[in-house]
Design a protein around this ligand. Structure first.
Ligand code: HEC
Ligand code: HEC
Ligand code: HEC
Ligand code: HEC
Ligand code: HEC
Ligand code: HEC
Ligand code: HEC
Ligand code: HEC
Length: 618
């Protein structure tokens, strides 16, 4: 390791320049010798006292990046694998964790100011250096350097040193890419109003984020020390292929009897071992050995059995991450869902059945399109499922199964079997636990069923009838309102904040608008512009913008309650003044036969809204 070399150079530089014969006996030389011994002693004490990390890099205030333990970094792979390097370079995995630089920083840093409840930040820049000037309760006004970033696809979070060893804390504002603006970090999660906006999550990066956002991250936390280091910032080759040093040596050696190549190709592993590589990060779990992790990082390497390092978990490990039947409900935790699917348990489904971590040469999409979800070309369509469920290759079998025209979004397997019932990053995401529309379970768990997430204007009663007709599924008993009122509208008005967010998101989902019309959602979405949860207001506004007449409707989800009320009235006004198509049964969406809003009924539902606190921290 490079540290050995550094030790030598430290000693040489602290060694006084002396005549060549300094080591000969004599008065001057013995003084020098004593000096030398003292200096050596002091250097040794300092050496052991200081963390190994501090010796290697000029910036000792943030986590260190250094190779070792067999890790050699992506740079070492470029020479022999330029194509794989290029597709990885285009992926969001690479840019997950970056040092702050002109290339990595996304938010504006030209003196922009943001404020929430007295917590303020001003973002400034001096050449390649970035700063956040913070005003926080109980702290002096500070100008803090931004040294690292998290994220680049939907949002970006900035990190600043606490000043203690290599510990970081978070600037309590995040940059939202879609809106090109700074927002309080608390607003990027679905969590109850009143959550403290000044939280800087001191040390969380070093302990928690490092697990899933870097390659071989080591918190280095031991007694009073925090020597945090990573093999590579960002999620790079060796996170999925294992340490590469031995592989490179293998290919540089000309020797016929050199055994097996030690590198791991996930595509050549069993579906379990291969999926576990992704599962390292895309799951809810608890550490088998937390103190060991905090000190030395994970012992797990690609190809190993993940369960030796993690308790792959259910509710007990991640409160808020699961629906009541144990289906994961936050995004970024796809491994938990997929592992509970029959296709994985009885078949060989793996993440690689649908996703590809390197774009192939035949792929006509540009790298940016591919990088969004990193799906294989086949997995964009039903081929993802037909590769195993081959009977649906036959269009007549497909139609007989789905009861929708073959080219309808209602014949797309994902839409019934992997609906968007997970939540994260201010949007709904596909549930990776493959299951089927089931009203009984929806009533029991509160997790909406796929039919009603597309047929937004239909009641559970409608769905139950078709599920019974088409699939012979026994209809569960329903309350009167569930027979009459649109199921998704009911969730929008009466559900808990997590359900409201999902309902609101689907009210702007193009396939759902195609199936349900788009002329009736606005006066209901408008109500959510006054929702107590930041995330719900944000999603409601985004969905409103999908509706005709609302394309340029402006509203700031962070505005004060008076402005929210005005925005709500403005939206209802626009809707009332526009011509509109009514659904087949206007009553199901709380309109009368003239298309007028049944306000009292709407209010009654709103009054029964679930105010149970929901926290979905993905
Ligand atoms: C000196 C050249 C060289 C370097 C550097 C190198 N590789 Fe390879 N790698 C090869 C050769 C040769 C093969 C086998 C032929 C092929 O698949 O291209 C290979 C194959 C692979 C495979 C496929 C193995 C399989 O069983 O299918 C993976 C994965 C891989 N390398 C990853 C890496 C990673 C990660 C790095 C950087 C840490 C790296 N390689 C650096 C030469 C190299
Ligand atoms: C268990 C693994 C895990 C941990 C721990 C974790 N994350 Fe993540 N994070 C993910 C995954 C997976 C995604 C991608 C989710 C998706 O695309 O739906 C993600 C996405 C994100 C994003 C969005 C990135 C973008 O490009 O838009 C941010 C921001 C983020 N995480 C911040 C954090 C912070 C801050 C921490 C530490 C407090 C943290 N995460 C801890 C796994 C994790
Ligand atoms: C997020 C996980 C991940 C990262 C990061 C990653 N790979 Fe891969 N790599 C895979 C998977 C999975 C496969 C199997 C084929 C596929 O999915 O595309 C693969 C396949 C390969 C192969 C075999 C040939 C091929 O294209 O199938 C090589 C070589 C390779 N990767 C090299 C690299 C190098 C070099 C890097 C970094 C520059 C890298 N990989 C980064 C997951 C990853
Ligand atoms: C070291 C942790 C880690 C590993 C290993 C890992 N991922 Fe990820 N993955 C993440 C994080 C964190 C993100 C969020 C990146 C972002 O969006 O900025 C992510 C994003 C993604 C995305 C969404 C990309 C986007 O932003 O649209 C997909 C798809 C994905 N990963 C699949 C996989 C698969 C499949 C594997 C296994 C071959 C894998 N990942 C391995 C941590 C990891
Ligand atoms: C049967 C196909 C299939 C399998 C298997 C699968 N995915 Fe996905 N995945 C998808 C589709 C389709 C999307 C989303 C496209 C969309 O948004 O409509 C997706 C989206 C994602 C995203 C982005 C989520 C978001 O919206 O933020 C991540 C991350 C991801 N998958 C990770 C994984 C991981 C990790 C595995 C294995 C544990 C896996 N997937 C297995 C099909 C699959
Ligand atoms: C790698 C192969 C494979 C892929 C890909 C696959 N499945 Fe499956 N699937 C299976 C196997 C095997 C079973 C179990 C069959 C049995 O029990 O007889 C199954 C079972 C099912 C079931 C029944 C579930 C249950 O709980 O009984 C459904 C529904 C299903 N798959 C839908 C899908 C959909 C939709 C996709 C694509 C998004 C898909 N599958 C992709 C192999 C696969
Ligand atoms: C319109 C919604 C819908 C679409 C689209 C759909 N399915 Fe289904 N599927 C269902 C329902 C509902 C059930 C449950 C039947 C039951 O519980 O008995 C089901 C059951 C299944 C099953 C298990 C029972 C069986 O028939 O083997 C499999 C496998 C399956 N679907 C695969 C697929 C595949 C593959 C696709 C795409 C080619 C697909 N489905 C598209 C609604 C749909
Ligand atoms: C992804 C969206 C989507 C999903 C999920 C979906 N459908 Fe459809 N459905 C449509 C569309 C679009 C049409 C219009 C027909 C077409 O595609 O041209 C339609 C038409 C229908 C029709 C006939 C027209 C009507 O409104 O009476 C019925 C009945 C129906 N769907 C029932 C269901 C049931 C039951 C489910 C769940 C098992 C379901 N759909 C799931 C999109 C969807």
């Amino acid at each position: 390791m490079s540290e050995g070399k550094l030790l030598v150079s430290t000693q040489t530089s602290s060694f006084p320049t002396q005549p060549r014969n300094w080591y000969r006996c004599g008065r001057t030389s013995s003084k020098v010798l004593v000096c030398f011994v003292l200096v050596l002693f002091a250097a040794t004490v300092f050496w052991f006292w200081s963390e190994p990390a501090k010796r290697g890099e000029s910036d000792v205030s943030r986590p260190r990046q250094s190779v070792g333990e067999g890790f050699v970094s992506s740079q070492a792979c470029l020479e022999c694998h330029p194509d794989q390097h290029a597709s990885w370079h285009a992926s969001y995995h690479r840019t997950m964790t970056q040092l702050a630089s002109n290339e990595s920083i996304m938010g504006p840093f030209a003196g922009e100011q943001v404020e929430v409840e007295g917590v303020k930040a001003r973002f400034t820049r001096e050449g390649e250096k970035y700063f956040a000037e913070l005003v926080l309760p109980d702290r002096d006004e500070e100008k803090k350097p931004v040294v690292m970033t998290t994220g680049s696809h939907h949002m970006q979070v900035c990190w600043t040193p606490t000043g203690w060893q290599r510990e970081l804390e978070m600037v309590p504002f995040a940059y939202l890419k879609e809106d090109n603006r700074w927002v309080p970090r608390r607003a990027t999660f679905l969590q109850p109003p009143g959550t403290d906006p000044s939280q800087m999550e001191r040390g969380r990066w070093n302990r928690a984020c490092i697990r899933c956002h870097t390659t071989h991250g080591v918190p280095g936390i031991d007694y009073l020390q925090m020597h945090t280091h990573v093999a590579e910032f960002g999620i790079a080759c060796e996170a999925c292929h294992g340490p590469g040093e031995a592989h490179i040596a293998y290919h540089r050696t000309q020797n016929d009897s050199k055994g097996d190549d030690p590198i791991v190709n996930p595509a050549k592993l069993t579906h379990q071992r291969s999926s576990e590589i992704c599962g390292q990060c895309h799951l809810v779990s608890a550490m088998v050995d937390e103190p060991g992790f905090l000190k030395n990082g994970f012992p797990y390497r690609p190809g190993d059995d993940l369960s030796t390092a993690r308790h792959i978990g259910h509710s007990e490990f991640g409160e808020g991450h699961f629906w009541s039947d144990g289906v994961v409900r936050t995004s970024g935790r796809e491994f938990n869902g997929m592992c509970n699917s029959a296709c994985y348990q009885k078949g060989e489904l793996s993440c690689l059945s649908c996703h590809s971590m390197h774009q192939t040469k035949e792929d006509p999409r540009d790298a940016v399109q591919w990088a969004d979800d990193q799906l294989t070309i086949e997995a964009l369509a039903n081929e993802a499922c037909i590769q195993c469920h081959t009977r649906f290759e036959d269009t007549s079998q497909l139609i007989a199964h789905t009861h929708h025209p073959a080219d309808s979004s209602g014949s797309h397997c994902y839409n019934c079997h992997m609906p968007h019932t997970s939540y994260g990053l201010l949007k709904a995401s596909r549930d990776h636990q493959i299951d089927s529309p089931d009203v009984k379970n929806a009533l029991r768990t509160g997790r909406p069923n796929a039919c009603n997430l597309c047929h937004l204007d239909k009641s559970l009663g409608w769905t139950v009838d078709y599920l019974s007709d088409w699939y012979g599924i026994d209809p569960p008993p329903l309350a009167q309102s569930d027979k009459k009122v649109s199921a998704t509208l009911k969730l929008l008005l009466t559900g808990d904040a997590g359900q409201r967010a999902l309902a609101a998101w689907h009210m702007g989902w193009p396939p759902a608008l195609e199936a349900s019309g788009s002329g009736w959602q606005a006066p209901h979405l408008a109500m959510l512009l006054e929702d107590p949860y930041d995330a719900v207001r944000y999603i409601a506004k985004r969905s409103l913008n999908q509706l005709p007449g609302f394309e340029s409707f402006s509203y700031d989800f962070l505005c004060d309650p008076t402005s929210r009320k005005e925005a709500r009235k403005r939206a209802v006004g626009i809707w009332a003044g526009s011509a509109r198509d009514l659904p087949e049964d206007p009553f199901s969406v709380l309109l009368d036969s003239d298309g007028e809003l049944l306000r009292e009924m709407q209010q009654n539902l709103l009054d029964s809204r679930s105010d149970q606190e929901v926290r979905l921290i993905e």
